[in-house]
Design a protein. Structure first.
Lengths: 233, 233
Protein backbone atom coordinates (compact mmCIF):
# COMPACT_ATOMS: atom_id res chain seq x y z
CA UNK A 1 0.00 0.00 0.00
CA UNK A 2 2.75 2.37 1.05
CA UNK A 3 4.75 1.39 -2.02
CA UNK A 4 1.73 1.88 -4.27
CA UNK A 5 1.24 5.38 -2.93
CA UNK A 6 4.85 6.18 -3.58
CA UNK A 7 4.55 4.87 -7.11
CA UNK A 8 1.41 6.90 -7.66
CA UNK A 9 3.08 10.02 -6.32
CA UNK A 10 6.13 9.52 -8.46
CA UNK A 11 3.95 8.90 -11.54
CA UNK A 12 2.09 12.13 -10.72
CA UNK A 13 5.42 13.94 -10.46
CA UNK A 14 6.43 12.65 -13.87
CA UNK A 15 3.15 13.84 -15.35
CA UNK A 16 3.53 17.26 -13.68
CA UNK A 17 7.08 17.47 -14.92
CA UNK A 18 5.97 16.48 -18.41
CA UNK A 19 3.14 19.03 -18.31
CA UNK A 20 5.59 21.69 -17.19
CA UNK A 21 8.06 20.74 -19.89
CA UNK A 22 5.20 20.79 -22.37
CA UNK A 23 4.14 24.28 -21.24
CA UNK A 24 7.73 25.57 -21.32
CA UNK A 25 8.30 24.16 -24.82
CA UNK A 26 5.03 25.67 -25.96
CA UNK A 27 6.04 29.12 -24.74
CA UNK A 28 9.52 28.77 -26.25
CA UNK A 29 8.07 27.78 -29.62
CA UNK A 30 5.55 30.65 -29.61
CA UNK A 31 8.36 33.07 -28.66
CA UNK A 32 10.58 31.80 -31.48
CA UNK A 33 7.75 31.85 -34.02
CA UNK A 34 6.84 35.35 -32.86
CA UNK A 35 10.41 36.58 -33.43
CA UNK A 36 10.40 35.16 -36.96
CA UNK A 37 6.93 36.40 -37.89
CA UNK A 38 7.55 39.87 -36.44
CA UNK A 39 10.87 40.34 -38.21
CA UNK A 40 10.62 38.34 -41.44
CA UNK A 41 6.94 37.61 -41.91
CA UNK A 42 4.82 34.51 -42.19
CA UNK A 43 6.56 33.07 -45.27
CA UNK A 44 9.84 32.80 -43.33
CA UNK A 45 8.36 30.44 -40.72
CA UNK A 46 9.77 26.91 -41.04
CA UNK A 47 9.27 24.06 -38.56
CA UNK A 48 12.88 22.94 -39.09
CA UNK A 49 14.30 26.39 -38.24
CA UNK A 50 12.11 26.65 -35.14
CA UNK A 51 13.20 23.22 -33.93
CA UNK A 52 16.87 24.14 -34.44
CA UNK A 53 16.43 27.44 -32.60
CA UNK A 54 14.77 25.79 -29.58
CA UNK A 55 16.96 22.70 -29.70
CA UNK A 56 14.20 20.13 -30.11
CA UNK A 57 13.22 17.62 -32.78
CA UNK A 58 10.88 18.77 -35.55
CA UNK A 59 8.42 16.08 -34.43
CA UNK A 60 8.25 17.66 -30.96
CA UNK A 61 6.55 20.74 -32.44
CA UNK A 62 3.71 18.50 -33.55
CA UNK A 63 3.48 16.98 -30.06
CA UNK A 64 3.02 20.44 -28.59
CA UNK A 65 0.79 21.92 -31.30
CA UNK A 66 -1.89 20.10 -33.29
CA UNK A 67 -0.58 21.77 -36.45
CA UNK A 68 1.54 24.74 -37.52
CA UNK A 69 -1.66 26.79 -37.95
CA UNK A 70 -2.20 26.57 -34.19
CA UNK A 71 1.27 27.98 -33.56
CA UNK A 72 0.68 30.80 -36.07
CA UNK A 73 -2.64 31.61 -34.38
CA UNK A 74 -0.91 31.79 -30.98
CA UNK A 75 1.40 34.46 -32.41
CA UNK A 76 -1.61 36.12 -34.09
CA UNK A 77 -3.32 36.17 -30.71
CA UNK A 78 -0.40 38.13 -29.26
CA UNK A 79 -0.59 40.59 -32.18
CA UNK A 80 -4.35 40.98 -31.64
CA UNK A 81 -3.76 41.66 -27.92
CA UNK A 82 -1.13 44.30 -28.75
CA UNK A 83 -3.48 45.90 -31.28
CA UNK A 84 -6.38 45.81 -28.85
CA UNK A 85 -4.25 47.54 -26.20
CA UNK A 86 -3.05 50.14 -28.73
CA UNK A 87 -6.63 50.98 -29.74
CA UNK A 88 -7.84 51.10 -26.12
CA UNK A 89 -4.88 53.29 -25.18
CA UNK A 90 -5.74 55.87 -27.84
CA UNK A 91 -9.14 56.57 -26.34
CA UNK A 92 -9.88 58.82 -23.35
CA UNK A 93 -10.64 56.95 -20.12
CA UNK A 94 -13.90 58.82 -19.58
CA UNK A 95 -15.98 58.94 -22.72
CA UNK A 96 -18.84 61.33 -23.31
CA UNK A 97 -21.69 59.93 -25.30
CA UNK A 98 -22.19 63.00 -27.51
CA UNK A 99 -22.14 62.59 -31.27
CA UNK A 100 -19.12 64.90 -31.63
CA UNK A 101 -17.21 62.85 -29.11
CA UNK A 102 -18.21 59.64 -30.90
CA UNK A 103 -16.80 60.96 -34.19
CA UNK A 104 -13.55 62.01 -32.48
CA UNK A 105 -13.40 58.57 -30.91
CA UNK A 106 -13.70 56.89 -34.31
CA UNK A 107 -10.94 59.13 -35.71
CA UNK A 108 -8.69 58.27 -32.75
CA UNK A 109 -9.27 54.56 -33.29
CA UNK A 110 -8.48 54.88 -37.02
CA UNK A 111 -5.27 56.83 -36.35
CA UNK A 112 -4.20 54.39 -33.64
CA UNK A 113 -4.75 51.58 -36.13
CA UNK A 114 -2.58 53.36 -38.70
CA UNK A 115 0.13 53.94 -36.10
CA UNK A 116 0.09 50.29 -35.03
CA UNK A 117 0.26 49.04 -38.62
CA UNK A 118 3.08 51.46 -39.48
CA UNK A 119 5.06 50.42 -36.38
CA UNK A 120 4.46 46.67 -36.48
CA UNK A 121 3.98 46.30 -40.25
CA UNK A 122 5.43 42.82 -40.66
CA UNK A 123 3.55 41.07 -37.84
CA UNK A 124 0.38 43.06 -38.56
CA UNK A 125 0.47 41.91 -42.20
CA UNK A 126 0.96 38.31 -41.07
CA UNK A 127 -2.35 38.55 -39.22
CA UNK A 128 -4.19 39.07 -42.51
CA UNK A 129 -2.01 36.91 -44.74
CA UNK A 130 -2.46 33.76 -42.70
CA UNK A 131 -5.04 31.28 -43.93
CA UNK A 132 -5.90 27.99 -42.28
CA UNK A 133 -4.63 25.10 -44.34
CA UNK A 134 -6.97 22.47 -45.73
CA UNK A 135 -10.54 22.54 -44.50
CA UNK A 136 -9.68 23.65 -40.99
CA UNK A 137 -11.82 26.41 -39.60
CA UNK A 138 -10.65 29.13 -37.26
CA UNK A 139 -10.89 28.07 -33.59
CA UNK A 140 -13.59 29.71 -31.48
CA UNK A 141 -11.12 31.35 -29.07
CA UNK A 142 -9.46 33.23 -31.93
CA UNK A 143 -12.77 34.40 -33.42
CA UNK A 144 -13.72 35.59 -29.93
CA UNK A 145 -10.54 37.64 -29.65
CA UNK A 146 -11.24 39.33 -33.00
CA UNK A 147 -14.65 40.30 -31.64
CA UNK A 148 -13.04 42.35 -28.86
CA UNK A 149 -11.39 44.43 -31.56
CA UNK A 150 -14.61 45.12 -33.43
CA UNK A 151 -16.34 45.83 -30.13
CA UNK A 152 -14.11 48.90 -29.71
CA UNK A 153 -15.57 50.30 -32.92
CA UNK A 154 -19.12 49.39 -31.85
CA UNK A 155 -18.97 51.72 -28.85
CA UNK A 156 -18.75 55.06 -30.73
CA UNK A 157 -21.22 53.75 -33.32
CA UNK A 158 -23.80 53.40 -30.56
CA UNK A 159 -23.65 57.14 -29.90
CA UNK A 160 -23.55 57.93 -33.61
CA UNK A 161 -26.45 55.71 -34.66
CA UNK A 162 -28.47 54.91 -31.52
CA UNK A 163 -31.42 53.68 -33.60
CA UNK A 164 -29.42 50.83 -35.20
CA UNK A 165 -30.15 47.44 -33.65
CA UNK A 166 -27.38 45.40 -32.04
CA UNK A 167 -26.78 43.10 -35.00
CA UNK A 168 -26.79 46.03 -37.43
CA UNK A 169 -24.24 47.85 -35.29
CA UNK A 170 -22.09 44.75 -35.00
CA UNK A 171 -21.94 44.35 -38.77
CA UNK A 172 -21.44 48.08 -39.38
CA UNK A 173 -18.51 48.07 -36.93
CA UNK A 174 -16.79 45.45 -39.10
CA UNK A 175 -17.49 47.42 -42.25
CA UNK A 176 -16.03 50.62 -40.76
CA UNK A 177 -13.06 48.63 -39.48
CA UNK A 178 -12.60 47.10 -42.95
CA UNK A 179 -12.72 50.48 -44.69
CA UNK A 180 -10.08 51.86 -42.32
CA UNK A 181 -8.05 48.68 -42.74
CA UNK A 182 -8.16 49.05 -46.54
CA UNK A 183 -6.93 52.65 -46.45
CA UNK A 184 -4.12 51.73 -44.05
CA UNK A 185 -3.17 48.49 -45.85
CA UNK A 186 -2.95 49.96 -49.36
CA UNK A 187 -1.54 53.23 -48.01
CA UNK A 188 1.39 51.40 -46.41
CA UNK A 189 1.89 49.37 -49.59
CA UNK A 190 4.28 51.62 -51.44
CA UNK A 191 3.64 49.95 -54.75
CA UNK A 192 0.09 51.32 -54.83
CA UNK A 193 0.11 54.62 -53.01
CA UNK A 194 3.08 56.74 -52.12
CA UNK A 195 1.93 59.01 -49.33
CA UNK A 196 3.73 60.20 -46.25
CA UNK A 197 2.35 58.91 -42.97
CA UNK A 198 0.97 62.33 -42.08
CA UNK A 199 -0.77 62.60 -45.47
CA UNK A 200 -2.18 59.14 -44.95
CA UNK A 201 -3.40 60.17 -41.49
CA UNK A 202 -5.10 63.17 -43.06
CA UNK A 203 -6.85 60.99 -45.67
CA UNK A 204 -7.97 58.59 -42.98
CA UNK A 205 -9.30 61.37 -40.75
CA UNK A 206 -11.25 63.02 -43.59
CA UNK A 207 -12.67 59.66 -44.62
CA UNK A 208 -13.85 58.68 -41.14
CA UNK A 209 -15.37 62.15 -40.65
CA UNK A 210 -17.15 61.88 -44.01
CA UNK A 211 -18.56 58.46 -43.11
CA UNK A 212 -19.77 59.84 -39.77
CA UNK A 213 -21.25 62.95 -41.40
CA UNK A 214 -23.10 60.78 -43.92
CA UNK A 215 -24.42 58.53 -41.16
CA UNK A 216 -28.03 58.88 -42.34
CA UNK A 217 -27.03 56.67 -45.27
CA UNK A 218 -25.71 54.00 -42.94
CA UNK A 219 -29.21 53.43 -41.60
CA UNK A 220 -30.02 51.75 -44.91
CA UNK A 221 -28.00 48.81 -43.62
CA UNK A 222 -30.79 48.07 -41.18
CA UNK A 223 -33.59 48.06 -43.72
CA UNK A 224 -34.35 44.90 -45.63
CA UNK A 225 -36.29 46.72 -48.35
CA UNK A 226 -34.66 48.46 -51.29
CA UNK A 227 -32.18 47.06 -53.77
CA UNK A 228 -28.54 47.48 -52.80
CA UNK A 229 -27.61 46.73 -56.37
CA UNK A 230 -27.38 49.33 -59.10
CA UNK A 231 -25.70 47.20 -61.73
CA UNK A 232 -28.88 46.36 -63.62
CA UNK A 233 -29.87 50.01 -64.17
CA UNK B 1 29.78 40.53 -102.03
CA UNK B 2 26.86 38.41 -103.12
CA UNK B 3 27.85 35.75 -100.61
CA UNK B 4 28.12 38.36 -97.84
CA UNK B 5 24.57 39.54 -98.56
CA UNK B 6 23.31 36.00 -98.40
CA UNK B 7 25.06 35.47 -95.10
CA UNK B 8 23.62 38.68 -93.74
CA UNK B 9 20.13 37.70 -94.84
CA UNK B 10 20.40 34.26 -93.31
CA UNK B 11 21.72 35.73 -90.05
CA UNK B 12 18.74 38.08 -90.05
CA UNK B 13 16.39 35.13 -90.53
CA UNK B 14 17.93 33.37 -87.56
CA UNK B 15 17.47 36.45 -85.40
CA UNK B 16 13.82 36.83 -86.52
CA UNK B 17 13.22 33.15 -85.81
CA UNK B 18 14.84 33.51 -82.37
CA UNK B 19 12.77 36.62 -81.64
CA UNK B 20 9.60 34.76 -82.65
CA UNK B 21 10.55 31.77 -80.55
CA UNK B 22 11.29 34.14 -77.67
CA UNK B 23 7.88 35.84 -78.05
CA UNK B 24 6.06 32.50 -78.29
CA UNK B 25 7.83 31.14 -75.20
CA UNK B 26 7.04 34.34 -73.34
CA UNK B 27 3.31 34.01 -74.11
CA UNK B 28 3.33 30.31 -73.22
CA UNK B 29 5.00 31.03 -69.88
CA UNK B 30 2.59 33.87 -69.05
CA UNK B 31 -0.35 31.60 -69.99
CA UNK B 32 0.94 28.80 -67.77
CA UNK B 33 1.69 31.14 -64.86
CA UNK B 34 -1.76 32.69 -65.26
CA UNK B 35 -3.43 29.27 -65.04
CA UNK B 36 -1.55 28.49 -61.83
CA UNK B 37 -2.08 31.89 -60.21
CA UNK B 38 -5.78 32.00 -61.15
CA UNK B 39 -6.50 28.51 -59.82
CA UNK B 40 -4.06 27.94 -56.96
CA UNK B 41 -2.70 31.37 -56.08
CA UNK B 42 0.70 32.98 -56.01
CA UNK B 43 2.27 30.57 -53.52
CA UNK B 44 1.76 27.65 -55.92
CA UNK B 45 3.92 29.25 -58.63
CA UNK B 46 7.20 27.34 -59.12
CA UNK B 47 9.70 27.87 -61.93
CA UNK B 48 10.32 24.11 -62.13
CA UNK B 49 6.61 23.30 -62.60
CA UNK B 50 6.26 26.00 -65.27
CA UNK B 51 9.27 24.69 -67.18
CA UNK B 52 7.89 21.15 -67.05
CA UNK B 53 4.46 22.32 -68.23
CA UNK B 54 5.90 24.23 -71.21
CA UNK B 55 8.59 21.69 -71.90
CA UNK B 56 11.60 23.96 -71.54
CA UNK B 57 14.59 24.14 -69.22
CA UNK B 58 14.22 26.11 -65.98
CA UNK B 59 17.07 28.34 -67.17
CA UNK B 60 15.06 29.29 -70.25
CA UNK B 61 12.53 31.11 -68.06
CA UNK B 62 15.32 33.40 -66.92
CA UNK B 63 16.35 34.03 -70.53
CA UNK B 64 12.83 35.17 -71.34
CA UNK B 65 12.12 37.08 -68.12
CA UNK B 66 14.58 39.12 -66.09
CA UNK B 67 13.20 37.53 -62.93
CA UNK B 68 10.09 35.68 -61.70
CA UNK B 69 8.66 39.00 -60.48
CA UNK B 70 8.42 40.14 -64.11
CA UNK B 71 6.41 37.02 -64.99
CA UNK B 72 4.11 37.56 -62.00
CA UNK B 73 3.60 41.19 -63.04
CA UNK B 74 2.67 40.10 -66.57
CA UNK B 75 -0.10 37.96 -65.06
CA UNK B 76 -1.00 40.84 -62.73
CA UNK B 77 -1.28 43.07 -65.76
CA UNK B 78 -3.86 40.72 -67.28
CA UNK B 79 -5.82 40.75 -64.00
CA UNK B 80 -5.68 44.56 -63.91
CA UNK B 81 -6.97 44.70 -67.52
CA UNK B 82 -9.84 42.35 -66.64
CA UNK B 83 -10.68 44.42 -63.57
CA UNK B 84 -10.47 47.66 -65.54
CA UNK B 85 -12.88 46.24 -68.15
CA UNK B 86 -15.26 45.00 -65.42
CA UNK B 87 -15.37 48.44 -63.78
CA UNK B 88 -15.80 50.25 -67.10
CA UNK B 89 -18.55 47.79 -68.10
CA UNK B 90 -20.53 48.53 -64.95
CA UNK B 91 -20.92 52.21 -65.82
CA UNK B 92 -23.42 53.71 -68.26
CA UNK B 93 -21.94 54.75 -71.61
CA UNK B 94 -23.33 58.27 -71.36
CA UNK B 95 -22.67 59.80 -67.97
CA UNK B 96 -24.45 62.81 -66.60
CA UNK B 97 -22.36 65.09 -64.48
CA UNK B 98 -24.95 65.60 -61.73
CA UNK B 99 -24.06 64.89 -58.16
CA UNK B 100 -26.73 62.19 -57.84
CA UNK B 101 -25.38 60.45 -60.91
CA UNK B 102 -21.83 60.70 -59.54
CA UNK B 103 -22.88 58.95 -56.32
CA UNK B 104 -24.66 56.20 -58.28
CA UNK B 105 -21.55 55.86 -60.40
CA UNK B 106 -19.37 55.37 -57.31
CA UNK B 107 -21.80 52.75 -55.99
CA UNK B 108 -21.74 50.92 -59.34
CA UNK B 109 -17.94 50.90 -59.32
CA UNK B 110 -17.85 49.55 -55.76
CA UNK B 111 -20.37 46.78 -56.56
CA UNK B 112 -18.52 45.85 -59.76
CA UNK B 113 -15.33 45.62 -57.70
CA UNK B 114 -17.06 43.30 -55.23
CA UNK B 115 -18.42 41.16 -58.05
CA UNK B 116 -15.00 40.90 -59.70
CA UNK B 117 -13.29 39.97 -56.43
CA UNK B 118 -15.98 37.39 -55.60
CA UNK B 119 -15.72 35.83 -59.07
CA UNK B 120 -11.93 35.90 -59.51
CA UNK B 121 -10.97 35.69 -55.83
CA UNK B 122 -7.71 33.75 -56.21
CA UNK B 123 -6.12 35.82 -59.00
CA UNK B 124 -7.47 39.06 -57.50
CA UNK B 125 -5.86 38.20 -54.15
CA UNK B 126 -2.57 37.45 -55.91
CA UNK B 127 -2.54 41.03 -57.20
CA UNK B 128 -2.30 42.32 -53.63
CA UNK B 129 -0.21 39.55 -52.14
CA UNK B 130 2.66 39.90 -54.57
CA UNK B 131 5.64 41.89 -53.41
CA UNK B 132 8.78 42.58 -55.45
CA UNK B 133 11.69 40.61 -54.09
CA UNK B 134 14.82 42.30 -52.84
CA UNK B 135 15.14 46.02 -53.51
CA UNK B 136 13.41 45.89 -56.87
CA UNK B 137 10.86 48.59 -57.46
CA UNK B 138 7.68 48.22 -59.47
CA UNK B 139 8.24 48.91 -63.20
CA UNK B 140 6.76 52.13 -64.58
CA UNK B 141 4.44 50.34 -67.03
CA UNK B 142 2.74 48.48 -64.17
CA UNK B 143 2.33 51.61 -62.04
CA UNK B 144 0.84 53.31 -65.10
CA UNK B 145 -1.72 50.52 -65.50
CA UNK B 146 -2.78 50.86 -61.86
CA UNK B 147 -3.39 54.55 -62.53
CA UNK B 148 -6.05 53.71 -65.14
CA UNK B 149 -7.96 51.90 -62.41
CA UNK B 150 -7.86 54.83 -60.00
CA UNK B 151 -8.76 57.18 -62.87
CA UNK B 152 -12.17 55.48 -63.08
CA UNK B 153 -12.84 56.56 -59.49
CA UNK B 154 -11.55 60.08 -60.18
CA UNK B 155 -14.27 60.73 -62.75
CA UNK B 156 -17.29 60.66 -60.40
CA UNK B 157 -15.25 62.44 -57.72
CA UNK B 158 -14.90 65.40 -60.10
CA UNK B 159 -18.68 65.85 -60.15
CA UNK B 160 -18.92 65.23 -56.42
CA UNK B 161 -16.15 67.62 -55.34
CA UNK B 162 -15.49 70.01 -58.24
CA UNK B 163 -13.54 72.36 -56.00
CA UNK B 164 -10.84 69.77 -55.20
CA UNK B 165 -7.63 70.28 -57.18
CA UNK B 166 -6.30 67.56 -59.48
CA UNK B 167 -3.75 66.19 -57.06
CA UNK B 168 -6.25 66.18 -54.21
CA UNK B 169 -8.73 64.30 -56.36
CA UNK B 170 -6.09 61.82 -57.47
CA UNK B 171 -5.19 61.00 -53.86
CA UNK B 172 -8.81 60.91 -52.72
CA UNK B 173 -9.62 58.45 -55.54
CA UNK B 174 -7.03 56.06 -54.10
CA UNK B 175 -8.40 56.49 -50.59
CA UNK B 176 -11.96 55.74 -51.73
CA UNK B 177 -10.68 52.78 -53.74
CA UNK B 178 -8.75 51.55 -50.67
CA UNK B 179 -11.78 51.83 -48.39
CA UNK B 180 -13.90 49.82 -50.87
CA UNK B 181 -11.05 47.33 -51.26
CA UNK B 182 -10.85 46.87 -47.48
CA UNK B 183 -14.57 46.17 -47.15
CA UNK B 184 -14.45 43.71 -50.04
CA UNK B 185 -11.19 42.04 -48.96
CA UNK B 186 -12.15 41.44 -45.32
CA UNK B 187 -15.75 40.73 -46.32
CA UNK B 188 -14.66 37.89 -48.58
CA UNK B 189 -12.31 36.61 -45.88
CA UNK B 190 -14.62 34.25 -44.07
CA UNK B 191 -12.44 34.10 -41.01
CA UNK B 192 -13.18 37.75 -40.19
CA UNK B 193 -16.67 38.48 -41.44
CA UNK B 194 -19.33 36.01 -42.38
CA UNK B 195 -21.78 37.90 -44.54
CA UNK B 196 -23.67 36.80 -47.62
CA UNK B 197 -22.65 38.52 -50.84
CA UNK B 198 -25.91 40.48 -50.95
CA UNK B 199 -25.41 41.67 -47.34
CA UNK B 200 -21.87 42.65 -48.21
CA UNK B 201 -23.18 44.55 -51.26
CA UNK B 202 -25.61 46.37 -48.97
CA UNK B 203 -22.84 47.34 -46.55
CA UNK B 204 -20.70 48.56 -49.40
CA UNK B 205 -23.52 50.60 -50.93
CA UNK B 206 -24.42 52.25 -47.62
CA UNK B 207 -20.78 53.03 -46.96
CA UNK B 208 -20.12 54.62 -50.34
CA UNK B 209 -23.34 56.65 -50.03
CA UNK B 210 -22.32 57.78 -46.54
CA UNK B 211 -18.88 58.86 -47.78
CA UNK B 212 -20.51 60.78 -50.64
CA UNK B 213 -23.08 62.38 -48.33
CA UNK B 214 -20.33 63.47 -45.97
CA UNK B 215 -18.31 64.92 -48.83
CA UNK B 216 -17.91 68.30 -47.10
CA UNK B 217 -15.49 66.55 -44.74
CA UNK B 218 -13.42 65.29 -47.66
CA UNK B 219 -12.50 68.86 -48.57
CA UNK B 220 -10.26 68.88 -45.49
CA UNK B 221 -7.89 66.71 -47.53
CA UNK B 222 -7.09 69.75 -49.64
CA UNK B 223 -6.26 72.07 -46.76
CA UNK B 224 -2.78 72.10 -45.34
CA UNK B 225 -3.85 73.78 -42.10
CA UNK B 226 -5.40 71.92 -39.18
CA UNK B 227 -4.06 68.89 -37.38
CA UNK B 228 -5.21 65.55 -38.77
CA UNK B 229 -4.14 63.98 -35.53
CA UNK B 230 -6.33 63.68 -32.45
CA UNK B 231 -4.12 61.36 -30.46
CA UNK B 232 -2.52 64.13 -28.41
CA UNK B 233 -5.85 65.54 -27.19
Amino acid sequence: MFKKNLERRSRKKVIVRQTNRHAVLREQLIDAAERTIASKGLAALRARDLAREIGCAVGTIYNVFDHIDELVLCVGSRTLAMLDAALAGARPAVRESSRTEAVDDLVRLALAYLEFAATHTVRWRALFEHRMSGDRSLPEWFVEQQHWLFAQVEQPLTALLPELDREGRRILARTVFSAVHGIVALGLEEKLVSLSLSDLARQLTAMVRAIAAGREKLRAIDSVAGPADLRRD
